[in-house]
Design a protein around this ligand. Sequence first.
Ligand SMILES: [Zn+2]
Length: 130
Amino acid sequence: MPRIFVMSNVCTCCDDDGQWLGECLGCWEDNLDYLNELVDCKGYWHVDAEQIGWRNYSGELTFEAENAEEWINHIVGFKCEWTFCISVISENKTSIVAKVYHHDSPTGESRYIRRLTDEEWDKLTLEEYE
Ligand SMILES: [Zn+2]
């Protein structure tokens, strides 16, 4: 799979020889900015997750994101060290295929991400109160 975008929640700031600098020069914020340019994160989203952890279970989540940081935290769904990798983005940015790598999933968990329309979101959130 091609890698359109890769980011990690562990600082990757290195010098020219690839040695970790021991401090972050802002890669997290830079990556969030770039992610937001790619995906246009603000809005309503649905994510299907597969091959989660060593038990290989699956799950889904509907969420609203105000910005790229909220978006990535919902998509990844846990706090330990992770690397997030987008392989497909549809031209209209409504559908995204990605993987999350971490110590329990060295081969990666799949994330199938879809932007919801206002109508779909209203319908889903109304159903919760029925
Ligand atoms: Zn950094």
